[in-house]
Design a protein around this ligand. Sequence first.
Ligand SMILES: Cc1ncc(COP(=O)(O)O)c(C=O)c1O
Length: 378
Amino acid sequence: MKRSFIREILEHTTNNTISFAGGLPDEKLFPHQALRDAASHILSDARSLQYSNSQGHLPLRNKIAHLYTAEGFETNADNIMITSGAQQALDIISRYYQHQQITTETPSYLGAMNLFDLNGLAQYPVTLRSDGIDTEAFEKSLSRTKLTYLVPDYQNPTGYTYSQKKREEVARIIKVQQGILIEDAPYSELYFKEKQQSISRLIPKQSFHLGSFSKVLAPGLRLGWIRADKTLLEPLLAYKEAMDLHSSGLSQMILDHYLTDLHGYRSHTMLLRKMYGKKMQLFKTYLDELLPEFDYTVPQGGMFIYGRLPGISTSTLLTSALERGVLFVPGREFFHTDPEDDTMRLNFTNCRAKEIYQGLSILAELYRETRGRDANAA
Ligand SMILES: Cc1ncc(COP(=O)(O)O)c(C=O)c1O
């Protein structure tokens, strides 16, 4: 079992490193004071330190259900299981489906691919394009695997978003093939213009919709959830119970208290969208100025810009970038098979403006050096 490359390189980050590597939110935008107030209120009652319920704190499940229903996706507390981040949601589901076959996007989220490997799922990667998965290949693959894992909103690593047409086509295929969708949606609230409709909403009886508070509030809470039809959700409860009894009751109660001010939460996500949208524009401006050779699709939300640097191996580039204190993730890490060597993922949410400029200048310099060296060698 290989460790996550990203988690390993994050361990090499110092205060002086300019890191475009992790999917880290901007900590200056954490609702620190509001969470601190909520924590202090919750801790004033010693019962907040007691064991809790496996499916999750009922008032919190009610609030998450309300958020879905308010958007037209009818949901109640029975459809929600609280998990320790979306990562545990993926773990629970992949243990339940262990040793089966699964259709994935390629490239895909590294943390999911590692879990599928760990749980013996055979992965069948299908090419992801900038408007969504290649639906012809998807249909063929799903007829064999029945199970699929997709990240339709601002995908990790590519930042790609499925078009409405592709969402409908994917839902139609899953319906016809009587398949099951695992829709991982931790970035859905981080849209720059408009919120996308989930695929799960089109096939509520055949989908697990995974959410997380990591990207919109704080990853340190370690709270996410699974939204599914009761018949799909109930068998997962035994797995959740066996894994950790329940997610931190204290974290759940703090979050629940924070969410009682729904208006405050909505203002916070609105602020995040605005600030991340601005940061992406700035990153794009510097990127186009300093590294015009980088060929990428402008993301409509999320945290990542992904693209191709023609003529070089980004793994080689990373080795020299590390020496200069700059980190990013080479695209090859996100491929289960047939990795692409000239792609890379850049996070735009975590660095300050000055660091972005400096980091991209170093990458541009190293890119030209590497290309020059390769041309001379030829
Ligand atoms: C696509 C995707 N799914 C799941 C996760 C895990 O998120 P969480 O912090 O909620 O466990 C991440 C984290 O980066 C992610 O990018």
